[in-house]
Design a protein around this ligand. Structure first.
Ligand code: GLC
Length: 738
């Protein structure tokens, strides 16, 4: 039965769905019927590999392009003649259980039909894809959206992503990324909620709820696959895929809570990370995948490797060959093999030889079958079709939500002399090629995007009927521009390929040509407003010092240009707050707010912890963001209460326009059994205040959420010697000892 709208609408009325017990029985019945080959097939996820146009593998062809053996043009020509090989024969034989990267209903249904109607047992396929920040309607990259500090917004945009992606046939998204990232050199900082573990926990849990909705077997529900488990954001030197070496205390205090929050929010899948932890790659790390994830946290969903990660355990140097890698991975608790074919090639012989007990295989297969049952794929293998696909994308409501998310992700970093907001009649000269490129706004992993549907900054300004002239990178026209314009708007930052996966940068400053353009603009002595489009914190001391205003515009997706324009003209009051520290120089990386004091904290005297050639403080601290209005804080009170601490503070809008403010609450210990951070985020609340309005904010903190591990890994939750802070960012706070 193919998709029909009536069935879909009926579903959304909330028919009662199969319970866990009934699913367990069905899994057992099915396992009894499955051959060893069919079981192994369920553990195999294939990508639509491009073949037919070239003799080498697609990966090899990519390497040939990257190292210059073939040109980009030649590569693109070959891509144009390639066809997607879905290995239908393997599928018919029951040797494939899942695909990655299928983004249209027709292809998904065609493959599903083969699985359901032409294989011996008719077990439906699972389609996974990287729906990271929207699908056809692109919402802000996660790092940008995290600056909204708004759990409800994060959940709503995830729900939108699920509605669109499931219409395109997706069943599972490889998201949220809950990797705490403290090193701005790491390109994947763009894919998460920044440097703080509490924010990553809230962001990730909100995304899980949004993706999965109320009932996983509803046709617009998408299973969440939290990644990359674990501590991928701690790669040494911010270099992607590098080693991770950290204490157990650091792992448990600063990284694991974010993934755990996603599991507690109901995430049905987990993707182990490429990296090792203290020498054991996550893909074969039994302590991580069985002891912590399943024994300690009670996770009963499925694990799926990262792309080719099982085979790469040979390269890591922990497995002799693919067979050894397959054996170690299945024993460690890795259920599904994404595209390395290690399980496909080796598992049957490992079981037949007795090296791997078939029960271990059955356990992995049962995890995957459970998700397929929970998604309702056995009863309803066709959850979408062309009709639903047409109706689902880029609705007016979707665009409205994308605009709201974009506006709330923007962070106002500087506004000298209140040059912003601009008047509509202001004559604006725009420099920087990214101003006209809608595609730049999609950011990394915008898998369903059609860039032509995105609004560029220039289009956004035109939509606001602004008086704009665009000069691109044309330095010769700077003098003329300065004579005829009131303000110079410079769009600077990074191209979208410069962040995301495999995009680490050793130098996170602006590129030389951008800096010289900026200096030329400043030399005209006309006010220069800088709008940054980037996927990571940048080292921008010159901009911070010499620009009249600085707006952190990130990569905001479909409605980016309209959001920029509405903020520039003050139709929306900026409310974003940084979730990452902006260092002064690349040499300070990793630089983060929750650092240790040391015995010689950086100061004026020589013998203190600092650099000779760089100031101590960041250019912009964690939690920082300005508004077009102003807020004042007073009446902080801190008292023990029941199982924790109650913090109260008054916040007043002392400006003349309404605005939103993120009130942040931090804590520290003056002494403890292990030294701890100078301050750590405990909670936050976002307020909307009319001019003159005051709100009394209360934070009820539980002591078990304020704990830490001592040197023997005992979790300590005493409230001794603590100080609490509350205010507008991680530095500008009122404080009081408990
Ligand atoms: C990539 C990424 C991972 C992504 C996967 C599937 O290598 O590491 O985040 O989900 O492959 O595309």
């Amino acid at each position: 039965m193919m998709y029909q709208k009536a069935f879909y609408d009926g579903f959304l009325k909330g028919e009662d769905f199969m319970g866990a017990e009934e699913i367990g029985k069905k899994i057992d019945e099915l396992l009894k019927k499955m051959t060893l080959e069919e079981k192994t097939g369920q553990l195999r996820q294939c990508g639509p590999s491009l073949v037919g146009a070239f003799e080498v593998s697609f990966e090899e062809l990519l390497d040939m392009m990257f190292d210059g053996r073939i040109s980009k043009e030649e590569f693109d020509r070959l891509m144009g003649t390639a066809k997607q090989d879905f290995r239908e024969e393997d599928l018919r034989a029951g040797r494939i259980g899942s695909y990655n990267g299928i983004g249209d209903a027709e292809t998904a249904n065609r493959l599903q039909k083969i699985a359901v109607e032409e294989t011996r047992l008719g077990i439906p396929l699972l389609f996974g894809y990287d729906v990271i920040h929207g699908f056809r309607t692109v919402t802000p990259i996660p790092l940008a959206e995290s600056c909204a500090w708004e759990d409800g917004l994060w959940e709503r945009t995830a729900r939108l992503a699920a509605e669109e992606a499931t219409a395109a046939g997706v069943h599972m998204t490889f998201a949220p990324m809950a990797d705490v990232a403290k090193d701005a050199r790491w390109g994947r900082v763009s894919e998460g909620a920044g440097e703080d573990v509490l924010l990553n926990a809230h962001y990730g849990a909100s995304k899980v709820r949004g993706f999965q909705g109320k009932e996983l077997s509803a046709p617009d529900a998408m299973a969440a696959c939290v990644k990359h488990f674990a501590a991928y954001g701690a790669v040494e030197a911010g270099r992607d895929y590098n080693r991770v070496d950290l204490s157990r205390q650091k792992l448990y205090e600063e990284y694991l809570p974010a993934y755990k929050a996603c599991i507690e929010a109901g995430a049905r899948a987990v993707m182990p990370a490429f990296n090792d932890i203290n020498g054991v790659p996550c893909s074969v790390n039994k302590e991580l995948l069985r002891d912590i994830l399943r024994e300690d946290w009670g996770f009963d969903g499925m694990t799926v490797s990262d792309a080719n990660a099982i085979a790469e355990c040979v390269t890591h140097g922990i497995a002799r060959d693919k067979k050894d890698a397959a054996k170690q991975a299945i024993l460690a608790g890795m259920d599904m093999d994404m595209t390395s074919d290690s399980y496909h090639e080796e598992l049957i012989s490992l079981v037949e030889s007795g090296e791997v007990d078939e029960k271990i295989l059955d356990e992995a297969v049962s995890h995957i079958l459970r998700i397929k049952f929970e998604l309702g794929l056995f009863e309803h293998p066709y959850r979408t079709g062309a009709e639903r696909e047409r109706e689902a994308f880029l609705t007016p409501e979707a665009r409205k939500l994308a605009l709201e998310a974009a506006e709330k992700s923007i962070v106002l970093l500087k506004n000298d002399g209140r040059i912003l907001p601009l008047k509509k009649e202001t004559r604006i000269a725009v420099f920087g090629s990214m101003a006209e490129s809608a595609g730049e706004n999609t950011g990394a992993w915008a898998v369903g995007a059609h860039p032509e549907e995105c609004v560029s900054l220039l289009e956004g300004l035109q939509n606001e009927k602004a008086d704009v002239r665009f000069y691109g990178e044309n330095m010769e026209q700077i003098k003329e521009a300065a004579e005829s314009a009131d303000v110079l708007l410079a769009v600077l930052g990074e191209h979208k390929e410069e962040s995301g996966e495999a995009a680490s940068r050793a130098d996170i400053g602006l590129h030389a040509e951008q800096l010289s353009l900026f200096e030329e603009l400043v030399a005209t002595e006309k006010p220069v407003i800088v709008l940054l489009m980037n996927g990571r914190p940048l080292a921008i001391p010159e901009i911070a010092r010499k620009a009249s205003a600085v707006i952190e515009g990130w990569q905001l997706g479909t409605e980016a240009g309209n959001a920029y324009a509405r903020i520039l003209f003050g139709e929306t009051n900026p409310s974003g707050k940084l979730t990452v520290t902006f260092p002064y120089s690349s040499g300070q990386c990793p630089m983060y707010y929750a650092h240790i004091n040391t015995g010689r904290p950086g100061g004026k005297s020589k013998f203190t912890s600092k650099y000779l050639d760089t100031p101590l403080e960041p250019v912009y601290p964690f939690g920082f963001g300005l508004s077009y209005t102003e807020f004042s804080y007073d009446a902080l009170s801190v008292e023990k209460s029941g199982a924790g601490v109650t913090i109260r503070i008054s916040v007043k809008n002392v400006g003349d326009i309404p605005g939103e403010e993120v009130v942040q609450c931090y804590y520290s210990r003056r002494t403890a059994k292990r030294v701890g951070p100078v301050r750590k985020l405990a909670a936050y609340q976002k307020l909307f205040l009319e001019p003159g309005e005051t709100e009394k904010v209360v934070f009820e903190l539980k002591k078990e959420d304020l704990g830490y591990y001592d040197k023997d890994m005992n979790y300590v939750t005493d409230l001794e010697d603590m100080v609490f802070y509350a205010g507008t960012n991680s530095q500008d706070t009122l404080e009081q000892a408990l």
